[in-house]
Design a protein around this ligand. Structure first.
Ligand SMILES: NC(=O)c1ccc[n+]([C@@H]2O[C@H](COP(=O)([O-])OP(=O)(O)OC[C@H]3O[C@@H](n4cnc5c(N)ncnc54)[C@H](O)[C@@H]3O)[C@@H](O)[C@H]2O)c1
Length: 260
């Protein structure tokens, strides 16, 4: 098979959440560049509009907060009603939990339950309701791909990670496995990408700040922070025919962090 056939995503109706920035934008750009019919979802309406006008003019945008279960369900129902199918969903939207346990502010006794719930509402329940709304349609059409952006912070403890982030990302890793089991007979494949450190706005821009990222680089065997475009290959793989027998898997893209 040629690479062209293995990675063909042309015409696939694809929803990407958290698509106005960072990894979601890189995923959406990759899918769109390869001919997919992409819907960009984000709660940051201003940035989403800018991306829709200036970066990806041939895509649709939808200003939706994935922490609102009704809103994400309505959006997915509407996309299917208009386009007649749903091929791929990237449940990527996520927020950071603030300081990691390396900082006193991130210590267990200082965790505020409202902030904990806010992170879980997007990173865990938001991912679940996105998967749930997509799976309803994918089950009916007996085909589909769901790709969740987890994190290496959900695979092990880490000083740089906050409690709610660690908990929510670990939760979605097992959500992916659970859904992969149930949905396999329907030819719906569910996988996770677990990134290491990527240069994005996550954590209030901390990962964009050269001085703040120096100590993080030291933790990475490849000794650098990744660029968002370095998520492109694995996202295209998981949406494409090349992944025809892959489900319930977690793909680390972390410069070797979890090899240690
Ligand atoms: N950057 C990293 O190093 C890294 C590492 C591991 C995992 N991740 C994960 O990658 C995903 C993307 O993060 P990123 O690094 O690109 O960050 P980012 O902040 O650049 O992008 C996240 C996007 O998601 C949107 N978003 C946040 N909450 C939302 C909600 N409730 N509803 C709709 N949109 C929402 C934001 O507005 C933003 O546009 C997240 O799930 C994050 O946890 C990132």
């Amino acid at each position: 098979m040629t690479a062209e056939h293995l990675f063909a995503v042309k015409g696939l109706v694809t929803i990407v959440t958290g698509a106005a920035s960072g990894l979601g934008l890189a995923i959406a750009e990759t899918m769109a560049a390869n001919g997919a019919d992409v819907v960009l979802v984000d709660r940051n309406e201003k940035e989403l509009k800018r991306v829709g006008e200036e970066v990806l003019p041939r895509t649709e945008i939808a200003a939706v907060d994935v922490a609102d279960p009704e809103a994400i369900r309505r959006l997915i129902d509407d996309v299917v009603a208009r386009k007649g199918k749903l091929d791929v969903v990237f449940a990527n939207a996520g927020i950071s939990a603030g300081p990691g346990i390396v900082s006193p502010k991130g210590h267990i006794e200082n965790i505020d339950l409202a902030a904990w719930n806010e992170v879980l509402a997007t990173n865990q329940t938001g991912v679940f309701t996105t998967m749930q709304a997509a799976a309803r349609h994918m089950k009916a059409q007996r085909r589909g791909r769901i790709v969740v952006t987890a994190s290496v912070g959900g695979l092990r403890g880490a000083w740089a990670t906050g409690y709610s982030y660690a908990a929510s990302k670990a939760a979605v890793v097992n959500l992916v496995r659970q859904a992969a089991l149930e949905l396999a007979p329907f030819d719906i494949q569910v996988n996770a990408i677990a990134p290491g450190f990527f240069r994005t706005a996550l954590g209030g821009g901390r990962l964009l700040d050269e001085t703040a990222t120096k100590p993080l680089e030291a933790m990475v065997p490849m000794k650098r922070i990744a660029m968002p475009r370095e998520i492109a290959g694995v996202s295209l793989l998981l949406a494409s025919p090349a992944a025809s027998y892959i489900t319930g898997s977690v793909f680390t893209v972390d410069g070797g962090i979890t090899a240690a």
